[in-house]
Design a binder for this molecule. Structure first.
Ligand SMILES: C[C@H](O)[C@H](O)[C@@H](O)C(=O)CO
Length: 510
């Protein structure tokens, strides 16, 4: 694509729990192209006081990526933006300096904290204000666990992970709303911080930063970074859908409204796009979340444990001396016959790092099933269970959204997992369109283009992405009996209630 044609070039920094990527996006002639410039591993660092993220290391990798992108680009860079996982944050002191490495959401410091807070403030109230699903690591509970710490006492500002890294690139700290929504401290009706809620929990509301919408230009890249990278003219740093899932949903190549999306990676984020939040008793009972979307949309979704199950199994087997790569694991799972043991992939025992194969086997035994006999069978159990949970969650979302999804778009790294995509189509009994893989980075790039008026709308973005990247289509099996039997067995061994006869509960997720 020659520079004459090139309409705009953007650098997208896309940070996930397992890896970070710096991508160069070029938007021209109604098409978007993405080039991976720099990829680096990411993961928890254990300190005496718990699991943390190495944000200085992440920042250094971002600078390396920006320099390389500047060298690779065949013209000026128009913007830079950062997206990252939700819920985690850094605290800044009165000088704007970081007060210690952010904790990792899988750290045990929040054990039991959500229950304590819910004794103080009823779930109905928190959900009524924020519309956010109850998860033990939500920022609100991490801050409650942080109370009384020297860090929180000295804190003058809170920065979600994407906001912190954007702040280090441009010097302006702002709370981008899609990322802010994952804190469970944003009022979903007003779009402002739920300060009164924060104060009732003992969180100093003054640390909550000024809010901006996705598509806001923050400030120019810091001059020393621009100079070091040879970026002239100096690009702006732009707030986009800073919560990675929000950016992924931007580039779902869907038309109309009757679609569901599954952002598939370490987590499976399954949802539908709404114009307005739904904080009904039923939405709360199903523990659905109303996370903020780009262009004022609402992401009515649910976190499902995702490919973390497979990632942790692989790490455990590697610790035991058998290093399976992901392709080998999926070939083994594909070769394992349908109908093995099933589990609830969202069982709390599976959230923290550790011996995942043993935990999966334990859950099977505890529910009266023979545990998986080998690695392939263990992965098969994880994938079949995920696909079954997708069905339960999607049926609940459709009921609350009041409409049916005719197609499910699976995007992200997990969209390469053909076994899971086919199982999802079979158990959901509807077509699954898989791709693009780099949906989050594409959403990052295209929202920068939206911020600069290079494109006009979410619909146009989805047209451009759909025209630029093909999707693999998985049609549901016609052997309905086999998959209906599988789903019925899933419900019976897990004790999870199908939509039809589900009764409201006291808040935390079934
Ligand atoms: C904690 C998870 O990261 C968060 O709930 C999820 O939405 C996410 O950010 C996935 O990347």
């Amino acid at each position: 694509m020659s520079s004459a044609q090139a309409l705009a070039r953007y650098i997208a920094v896309d940070l996930g729990a397992e890896s970070g990527r710096v991508q160069l996006g070029t938007v021209a002639g109604g098409r978007v192209k993405l080039e991976e410039i720099h990829r680096f591993a990411n993961g928890p660092v254990r300190l005496p006081n718990g699991l943390h993220w190495d944000v200085l290391g992440i920042h250094r990798e971002i600078l390396t990526g920006i320099k390389a992108a500047a060298r690779r680009a065949d013209g000026p860079i128009d913007g830079i933006a950062v997206d990252a996982w939700g819920c985690d944050y850094g605290l800044l002191d009165r000088d704007g300096d970081l007060l210690g490495n952010p904790f990792h959401y899988r750290d045990h410091r929040t054990d039991g904290v959500m229950e304590q807070v819910l004794e103080q403030i009823p779930a109905e109230e928190i959900y009524g204000a924020t519309g956010i699903q109850f998860m033990p690591f939500n920022t609100i509970f991490q801050l409650a666990a942080h109370k009384g710490s020297a860090q929180l006492d000295a804190a003058r500002a809170l920065a979600t992970i994407p906001d912190l890294l954007a702040y280090w690139l441009c010097g302006r700290l702002a709370g981008e709303r899609t990322a802010a929504s994952t804190t469970q401290l944003l009022d979903v009706h007003t779009g402002d911080w739920a300060r009164e809620l924060a104060v009732r929990i003992g969180i100093p509301a003054q640390i909550l930063p000024p809010l901006v919408d996705a598509g806001t230009v923050l400030a120019p890249l810091r001059p020393e970074i621009a100079a070091e990278s040879g970026l002239d003219p100096v690009p702006d740093v732009i707030a986009i859908g800073a919560h990675d899932t929000a950016s992924a949903v931007v580039s779902v190549p869907a038309r109309g409204k009757d679609f569901a999306y599954l952002s598939s990676g370490t987590w499976s984020l399954l949802g539908m796009e709404l114009d307005e939040p739904v904080t009904s008793e039923e939405a709360r009972a199903y523990n659905l979340t109303n996370e903020g979307g780009v262009d004022g949309t609402i992401r009515l979704l649910r976190n499902v444990m995702g490919l973390w199950l497979v990632q942790e199994c692989r790490r455990q087997w590697a610790r035991e001396g058998v290093d399976h790569d992901y392709d080998a694991l999926h070939r083994m799972a594909q070769a394992t016959p349908l109908g093995g043991p099933l589990i609830d992939p969202d069982a709390p025992e599976l959230l923290h790092p550790g011996d995942m194969p043993a935990r999966i086997a334990e859950l099977c035994i505890r529910s009266g099933q023979e545990p998986p006999k080998d690695a392939g069978a263990t992965i098969r159990t994880a994938l079949e269970s995920l696909a079954c949970k997708y069905r339960l969650v999607l049926e609940r979302i459709e009921r609350v959204a009041g409409r049916r999804a005719e197609v499910v778009h699976v995007v992200g790294g997990g969209s390469r997992n053909a076994t899971l995509c086919q199982l999802a189509a079979d158990i959901l009994d509807r077509p699954v369109h898989a791709g693009p893989i780099e949906a989050t980075a594409l959403g990052n790039v295209m929202t920068q283009a939206l911020a600069q008026g290079k494109v006009d709308s979410l619909a146009e973005i989805r047209e451009i992405v759909g025209a630029s990247f093909s999707s693999d289509v998985y049609e549901p099996s016609t052997d309905r009996a086999a998959y209906e039997e599988l789903y019925a067995r899933f419900l019976s061994v897990t004790g999870l209630a199908p939509v039809a006869d589900f009764a409201p509960t006291q808040g935390t997720n079934p």
